[in-house]
Design a protein around this ligand. Structure first.
Ligand code: ZN
Length: 355
């Protein structure tokens, strides 16, 4: 399986010089170097009333893991109201994701197999009925508890399952290549912490090229891990300030893209004249970016021989893939020429100068 394509090859020229070229398919869209998802558990009223507007003001959308019983104030939620169902539905129509936090919020590994199966299946069905047009594919395990049997059963209904924080010493984010989607690690934001820690986790995720899944509970409201609105808003401002470096999107969107990326393969062939032809097999119509590291200075020529402008992006050099053209040529300032054809959906290409 080639889910992370890293190709290195040496090109020999008439002069005794060697050019090292590495190309890799990047998992995130545009110029993003990492992904971040903001999730909310337990259907607290403040999530619809406070968190949604805060997110939207910055162009973000979140994932809200709802408990069916709480939406109707049943069972152990008789005295714990949620936001009005209409508010959740309006939020969904504005682009937020509805996820499942099961029917009654019970530890799935503490109940009978039949009950566990019912919590997973019935909650998905009920939520999809309440939110027409929503495929409910994202699950958060109650109390972050799941054993192998729970995860296997959950995978019948959901694309992802969110667990708790990673063990101390491990990165707080998920690795796009190796993370088990039914066992995603979360990063909890809680009262009493220095909110600067939240920004630092985003920084580490950027550095590691990972996917950070933040987990929140109430905002300025009684409850587990409550955070202050002011702190949360400041954190969102920080994330917004990172601009295109960070892709902020709901769990379902990131997971779907990761599955496409893991299935995509980038093939290369070194031609007799030293040019390198690249071919991408990709089952979905995503826009991909390719990172290329190569020694020397490069210029980019489109299929009609026009020089394409390079732009700096995220520490790399990039250019827009020429619209309607199947190939482009990368030429060094000297005699090196690398040509790409049959690129399919690739829209962007990035060059990185090695020191
Ligand atoms: Zn919960």
């Amino acid at each position: 399986m080639v889910n992370w394509v890293l190709l290195a090859f040496a090109l020999l020229w008439s002069r005794p010089a060697t050019a090292q070229v590495e190309v890799s398919l990047q998992p995130w869209p545009g110029t993003a170097r990492a992904a971040l998802t903001i999730t909310f558990d337990d259907a607290y009223p403040s999530q619809a009333a406070v968190a949604m507007p805060l997110l939207e003001a910055r162009g973000f959308r979140g994932t809200f893991y709802l408990i069916v019983d709480r939406l109707f104030q049943r069972g152990k939620y008789q005295d714990l109201p949620s936001a009005p169902l209409a508010d959740w539905q309006a939020g969904f129509r504005r682009g937020h994701e509805v996820g499942s936090h099961t029917w009654t919020h019970v530890g799935l590994d503490t109940v009978s197999t039949q009950r566990m199966q019912e919590e997973l299946r019935a909650a998905k069905e009920a939520l999809e009925g309440l939110f027409p047009g929503a495929p409910v594919t994202s699950l958060a395990y109650p109390f972050s508890e799941a054993d192998e049997a729970v995860m296997q059963e959950a995978a019948r209904y959901y694309l992802t399952g969110r667990l708790g924080p990673s063990p101390a010493g491990e990165p707080p984010y998920n690795d796009p290549a190796t993370a088990a989607l039914m066992g995603l690690k979360a990063f909890f934001l809680c009262t009493g912490e220095d909110p600067q820690l939240w920004n630092e986790a985003a920084d580490r995720t950027l550095q590691g090229g990972g996917w950070l899944v933040e987990a929140l509970h109430p905002i300025d409201e009684e409850g587990y891990c409550r955070v202050r609105e002011e702190d949360f808003a400041a954190h969102l401002d920080y994330l917004a300030g990172l601009g295109g470096q960070l892709w902020v999107a709901p769990v379902g969107q990131v997971a779907a893209r990761l599955l496409h990326w893991r299935a995509a393969q980038l093939h290369s062939a070194v031609l007799a004249d030293g040019r390198v032809q690249l071919h991408l097999t990709e089952p979905a119509s995503e826009d991909w970016q390719v990172t290329l590291s190569a020694a020397g200075n490069w210029k980019v020529i489109d299929g009609d021989g026009r020089l394409l402008p390079l732009s700096a992006a995220g520490g790399a050099l990039g250019f827009e893939w020429p619209a309607g053209q199947a190939s482009a040529t990368l030429e060094s300032a000297g005699i090196t020429a690398i040509s790409a054809s049959n690129w399919g959906q690739i829209k962007e290409f990035f060059l990185v100068r090695t020191p």
